[in-house]
Design a protein around this ligand. Structure first.
Ligand code: AP5
Ligand code: MG
Length: 221
């Protein structure tokens, strides 16, 4: 259970480590981790109407239309487990989404946001994304640099017997498109939140545990 309200947005390029950090932060703070990418991938895997609509955009590395993603985030943030706060990962990523989030939080009467921008060099991003593998069972995030990590291998986590796979958008062409889309549509949010005094920059390079400590310090204030 959280000791106070923590409303956090993790901002950063594809592969900056949003998912990796959001998992750790959510467990340290006792608030839910909300990844619009994970919600959309689950919809695709379950063959829902939302999944069918989102799949093409995601495979090409483009953004899913604002109205769909805004509706998902609004519905999720209104659920009771978000009362003590949330760690948002991958939302907002356009100015329209940031404005919608502001409106939702105002409607819910919530404390202001802390927006953490994870900064990572572009060559490192491409290295991370092309080597990333995920677990179908526990959603664990790994990299082929780690021993035993490869598509089809068993998950390295002790209590999981899931299988590792590569995301369909972690292919060279989709990675390039995701980085272009990030620069054009998401990077402007750095200024958007900076101008509102809500943004804190944290380097996303180095040991993930040390990054997590810095992020936690920033969020706890
Ligand atoms: P989404 O799932 O959000 O993907 P993304 O933004 O491209 O980010 P990633 O998940 O690829 O990277 P990450 O920052 O989480 O890094 P990770 O921790 O995994 O979105 C996917 C798609 O869904 C979008 O393209 C779009 O189509 C759609 N979508 C989602 N949200 C949307 C929205 N709001 N609006 C519209 N469309 C939306 O780490 C990456 C790798 O690096 C891993 O291998 C990891 O092990 C490694 N790593 C992590 N930290 C470190 C470290 N410190 N040092 C070394 N390696 C590290
Ligand atoms: Mg992610």
């Amino acid at each position: 259970m959280a000791d106070r309200e923590y409303n956090v947005v993790l901002l950063g390029a594809p592969g900056a480590g949003k998912g990796t950090q959001a998992k750790m932060l959510s467990s340290s703070l006792g608030v839910p981790h909300i990844s619009t990418g994970d919600i959309l991938r689950e919809a695709v895997a379950n063959g829902t109407e939302l999944g069918a609509e989102a799949k093409g955009y995601m495979d090409r590395g483009e953004l899913v239309p604002d109205e769909l993603v805004i509706a998902i985030a609004r519905e999720r943030l209104g659920q009771p487990d978000c009362k003590p706060g949330f760690v948002l990962d991958g939302f907002p990523r356009t100015v329209a989404q940031a404005e919608a989030l502001g409106g939702t939080l105002e409607d819910l009467g919530r404390e202001p946001l802390t927006v953490v921008n994870l900064a990572v060099d572009e060559d490192e991003i491409v290295r991370r994304l092309s080597g990333r593998r995920l677990c179908r069972g526990c959603d664990g995030i790994y990299h082929v640099d780690q021993p035993g990590v490869e598509s089809g291998a068993p998950c390295p986590a002790e209590d999981c017997d899931g299988e590792l796979y590569q995301r369909s958008d972690d292919q060279a062409e989709a990675i390039r498109e995701r980085l272009n889309v990030y620069k054009q549509q998401t990077q402007p949010l750095i200024d958007y939140y900076g101008e509102r005094g809500l943004l804190v920059d944290v380097t996303g390079e180095g040991d993930p545990e040390q990054i997590a400590e810095r992020v936690l310090q920033v969020v706890r204030g």
